[in-house]
Write a protein that binds this ligand. Structure first.
Ligand code: NAP
Length: 359
């Protein structure tokens, strides 16, 4: 019996890559996979296709590449209602950046027997802690590894540690490919405005680069990890110091932003030169420390030796460093590409492997 999936966001960059990988790698082929996948639904923000017996490959590929449209819809809850009568469970895959998906995630988990795999961080951050716990309680029904570090081992190791009674005493990480790239370019002597311009041209930044520079995306990621560790926290508990002064963050147009930030080129250069003289550097770091009274969670620029676990990072690489009583004076670290369509799509398929009982 194939495992049914419904991809919401199938016309997006991650969604389209996922559709191609599923077919090209043989996930739908019963000779290749013990539990083959059947795509029963695909949706964009405005239309969907659904067939409980499985959609034809050509139709799904055409939908993903926008060569064909589906049935118009407005409220994503409609997509859950389509599945409710279905006896077999369906995994809804949320690869949208939508702020309006929490209600759908809740409905699937609380009111149906269906499942969720998500790369969308928003529902995990917008929910209160108790809802977060309800959503994520059963990893066979809700998986979210791709919300942090494009699905590298961050969420899963912390969840396993929590379930084994090992709460991390400290988590530090570099979770933004964009900000990692910019600091790496500053180390190489490039001007800040030039590094930012290259990050935009290379497609590392969000369409509005101030979303990276504000630190909120990194704050969302550390919050997801801290909650996964079992700590009751909300976004208001994260102290966020943006990468650049607040006054530039209202400029969402990339070309106007690039002109304006030239005035901080000199400051950034001086700051980095001072670090380099001490054989240190600065990185944009997310940090959680399990304090005696309350957890401390922060994101911001931090000075560190160049040979330290995060100080060594180059280019867009992301890294998580976890300390816990069990590791004593050592630590657990994972370095991986923090973004990228191919690893993200593969890691969504990994979540499906675990969810569908292949692991
Ligand atoms: N890019 C990466 O490397 C990466 C890595 C890890 C995680 N992620 C996460 O993956 C998600 C998707 O990223 P992306 O780069 O693929 O985004 P994208 O290219 O902008 O694609 C967004 C997709 O979501 C659909 N969508 C938008 N709002 C929706 C809504 N309200 N209801 C239903 N569908 C909606 C869009 O439909 P239309 O075609 O109709 O607009 C499109 O199919 C984001 O949450 C992102 O943070 C991305």
């Amino acid at each position: 019996m194939p495992e049914s999936i419904f991809i919401i966001g199938a016309t997006g960059k991650v969604g389209k890559t996922l559709v191609s990988q599923i077919y090209d790698k043989g996930d739908t082929d019963p000779l290749h996979r013990r539990n083959p996948i059947s795509i029963v639904g695909v949706a964009s923000s405005t239309s969907f296709l659904y067939d409980p017996d499985g959609l034809k490959e050509t139709l799904v590929r055409d939908f993903a590449s926008r060569s064909t449209e589906g049935i118009a819809y407005k409220d994503p809850i409609r997509l859950v209602d389509l599945l409710r009568a279905s006896e077999d469970s369906v995994t809804m895959i949320d690869v949208t950046p939508s702020q309006d998906m929490l209600a759908l995630h809740r409905k699937v988990i609380e009111e149906t027997h269906h499942k969720i795999v998500t790369a969308n961080k928003n529902p995990l951050v917008q929910s209160d802690f108790s809802t977060f716990q309800t959503l994520t309680a059963n990893p066979k029904r809700y998986r979210y590894r791709c919300s942090v570090m494009a699905g590298a081992e961050a969420v899963d190791i912390i969840r396993d540690m929590r379930d084994l009674g090992e709460i991390p005493t400290e988590i530090t990480g570099s979770f933004s490919g964009t900000l990692a790239y910019i600091t790496s370019e500053l180390e190489a002597g490039r001007k800040f405005s030039v590094a930012l311009s290259k990050a935009i041209t290379e497609g590392y930044t969000e369409p509005d680069p101030t979303r990276d520079l504000s630190g909120t995306d990194v704050a969302n990621k550390i919050l997801i990890l801290v909650r996964t560790a079992g700590v009751n926290a909300s976004i208001d508990d994260v102290k966020i110091v943006p990468f650049i002064p607040e006054k530039y963050l209202s400029e969402s147009d990339p070309s106007r932003l690039l002109l304006r930030v030239r005035e901080i080129d000199e400051d950034m250069k001086l700051k980095m030169d001072n670090e380099m003289k001490k054989n240190s550097t600065f990185k944009y770091v997310a940090r959680f420390v399990m304090g005696e009274d309350a957890p401390e969670i922060s994101v911001g620029l931090q000075s560190m030796p160049r040979d330290s676990p995060l100080g060594q990072l180059r280019g867009t690489a992301n890294k998580i460093v976890i300390k816990s009583n069990i590791y004593k004076d050592r630590y657990y670290a994972v370095e991986a590409p923090g973004a990228g369509l191919l690893p993200t799509a593969m890691n969504i398929r990994r979540d499906l492997l675990y969810q569908n009982g292949d692991r």
